[in-house]
Design a protein around this ligand. Structure first.
Ligand code: TYD
Ligand code: MG
Length: 454
């Protein structure tokens, strides 16, 4: 049988197959396979190629000069932290996020600070120069070192970067860029991948930081960032609800720093503002005298953050009760419910359970287990939890409270935010000196014990 002229590539995970499928066999995404010309050279047999021996280029690790890791500060401390201390020279950074989340805004904003000492070339395929100027005026960006180019030809863009050699280059966005020689349309998987490779080469050969914007849709309708993740040095995702003003910046990959850190911003009328005190923002507007709420303390990278957990349990009118969790892992919630039923005899078979982390925040850390269980219990019993109480701890399947990391960091954050009581795992109590803290520290070893404080 003749070899097919086409291959199909998943725009979510990059899986390749010779047959079209409605569903990607690898990642399960629907309608994500895109047709590409299979014009890759056939694999050569081992004997037919004449390879060059590179053994004279092998280096000893000790003799490789690393130089100092040059980083450019962006002027936004939150962004610098997520990047691991600033933009690294020669790195390719992908800034992903849904359209309208604020990617162009944050990049234009950092141009002001970067422009003080460096020249920045901002290549936009989305907006006209006039539109960018209007936005810059609105954001108060008026640096002389910012140069704007509107282009959609990726090769021309790369060539211009090379010839004008700016200190930093920005491409907004990869979905609008295309290479003329490739027949598929801009934004398709082939274009995105090849353009990214091209810009990777530009960044490495000129040794400048290059930032690429990539749009993602909730349903993955636009090709992209997932395929680019393998290629680039760092991947930052901008998240947030459109109708809420704050935005979270997360690193999902970073060759030059940790991926635990998050940056918190608020979208205001003059662009994005850094939120240095996320706890305060997340706890603003807490309800008073209500059952079913408990304050949790989780670590987001090196920073402790307080967030409110709300739970509502209501009599079900369905055969199978509903369970819903927003900002918390659904399976984790099921486990906690099972532990409450089995170990404490609190039956929820006839109750719908809704759990929400206020402010669109996500609690992924096991330390959020205890406050979730406390909020659930408080809701079911309709007994209020002291508003001045913070709790954290992992729950074991036996109903025990297990230790978590960074105890004193968390306690200090609770103190700073004016809380007076703190429930902590008993196992962790030995690692701190209770006398060092103003706050009343209550070590608990089981869920049963914890619930006596409600
Ligand atoms: P934008 O940066 O254009 O999004 P992206 O590049 O990720 O697609 O952000 C546009 C949104 O931000 C738009 O909905 C309006 C809002 N915005 C403000 O609220 N204040 C501002 O000062 C600016 C510039 C934008
Ligand atoms: Mg934009």
């Amino acid at each position: 049988m003749a070899k097919s002229k086409y291959i199909y590539t998943c725009n979510q995970c990059g899986y390749e197959t010779s047959k079209w499928n409605g569903k990607c066999p690898s990642c399960g995404a629907w309608n994500s396979l895109e047709e590409e010309l299979a014009d890759k050279p056939a694999a050569l047999s081992r004997s037919s190629y004449a390879a060059v021996d590179l053994s004279d280029q092998i280096l000893e690790l000790e003799n490789i000069g690393a130089g100092s890791d040059v980083r450019y500060k962006t002027g936004l401390g939150e962004l610098d932290r997520v990047l691991g201390g600033g933009l690294v020279k020669g790195s390719l950074v992908l800034l992903g996020g849904e359209p309208g989340i604020g990617k162009s805004t944050i990049l234009l904003q950092i141009c002001q600070f970067l422009g003080e000492d460096h020249s920045v070339l901002y290549i936009s395929g989305e907006e006209s120069a006039r539109q960018i100027k209007l936005r810059a005026d609105r954001l108060g960006v008026d640096t002389e070192n910012l140069y704007i180019l509107t282009a959609t030809d990726a090769e021309a863009a790369a060539e211009t970067i090379s010839s004008s050699s700016p200190d930093i280059a920005i491409i907004d966005s990869i979905q609008t860029m295309s290479i003329g020689r490739i027949t598929s349309s801009p934004g398709s998987i082939t274009q995105v991948r090849e353009c990214t490779n091209l810009f990777m080469h530009t960044a490495k050969s000129l040794e400048i930081p290059l930032i690429i914007v990539g749009h993602v849709n909730k349903d993955g309708a636009i090709a992209g960032p997932k395929v680019m993740e393998h290629i680039v040095d760092a991947v930052l995702y901008f998240e947030g609800e459109r109708h809420q003003s704050y935005r979270l910046l997360r690193a999902v990959k970073n060759r030059f720093g940790s991926t635990n850190e998050i940056g918190v911003f608020e979208m205001a009328d003059k662009g994005l503002r850094e939120v240095e005190n996320p706890s305060q923002m997340l706890l603003a507007g807490r309800p008073h005298n209500v059952s079913g709420t408990c304050v949790a303390c989780v670590m987001e990278g090196s920073r402790p953050v307080l967030a409110e957990v709300q739970a509502l349990a209501a009599k079900t009118s369905y055969a199978a009760p509903r369970r819903m969790a927003t900002g918390f892992d659904f399976n984790r919630l099921s486990i906690i419910i099972a532990v409450l039923e089995k170990r404490l005899g609190i039956f929820m078979g006839s109750l719908d359970v809704y759990l929400n982390i206020v402010g669109g925040f996500r609690l992924d850390e096991p330390a959020a287990d205890l406050p979730v269980a406390m909020a659930l219990y408080s809701g079911i019993m309709d007994k209020q939890i002291d508003e001045q109480l913070v709790a954290f701890g992992e729950i074991g399947l036996g109903g025990e409270i297990r230790s978590v990391s960074h105890i004193s960091h968390r306690i200090r954050e609770a103190e700073r935010m004016g809380f007076t009581k703190c429930l902590i795992p008993k196992q962790s109590a030995s690692s701190i000196d209770i006398k060092d803290h103003q706050i009343e520290i209550i070590p608990v070893s089981t869920l049963k014990q914890a619930f006596t404080h409600i």
